[in-house]
Design a protein around this ligand. Structure first.
Ligand code: AMP
Ligand code: ZN
Length: 151
């Protein structure tokens, strides 16, 4: 897609430090890492939202991401890794070409997710919430989902 920074990286129009590439995905070093080694995996097809990515490409993104995490554990002596994906501006997505972050973690890296833990007011409230989500859940992509994702 024109004017997409990650499409330009895939096309070689903007430089990147490539770690892996195949017919479906491209992995490269994040320019402003949370920890050194922080990597991004992106689909070669332009998708703004992860919701429109076909199963084979989404599966490859997750597989490559998790194997890069293993490589970070072995190569960098990382103690673990985070896979992170922000979908939508409100979720923190800045680059509008879907991407999976792989962040190597060390026990003393002094980075903490700002992760709150709310409590449901009641089991009923929780169960209603589950039912509501379930009613809209579908694995098969349809037009309304694509419209949502691209809104
Ligand atoms: P997000 O907030 O999930 O959209 O993350 C976008 C990520 O892309 C950030 O971690 C940026 O540091 C990274 N980024 C932006 N431009 C580049 C670039 N030219 N090369 C590598 N990483 C980039
Ligand atoms: Zn793009």
């Amino acid at each position: 897609m024109k004017n997409c920074i990650f499409c330009k990286i895939i096309a070689g129009e903007i430089p990147s430090v490539k770690l892996y590439e195949d017919e479906l995905v491209y992995a490269f070093m994040d320019i402003a890492p949370i920890n050194y080694g922080h990597t991004l995996v992106i689909p070669k097809e332009h998708h703004t939202s992860v919701a429109t990515i076909p199963e084979n490409i989404a599966g490859r993104m997750f597989l490559v991401g998790s194997r890069l995490g293993v490589a970070m554990r072995r190569a960098l002596d990382a103690d673990g890794f985070n896979l992170h994906l922000s979908d939508g501006t409100v979720a923190g997505q800045v680059v509008m070409h879907a991407h999976l972050h792989i962040v190597p973690r060390w026990t003393d890296d002094n980075f903490h997710w700002n992760w709150r833990q709310l409590k449901y007011e009641s089991d009923e409230q929780r169960d209603k919430m589950a039912a509501k989500i379930q009613a809209f859940f579908q694995l098969k992509k349809d037009d309304s989902e694509v419209a949502d994702a691209e809104a």
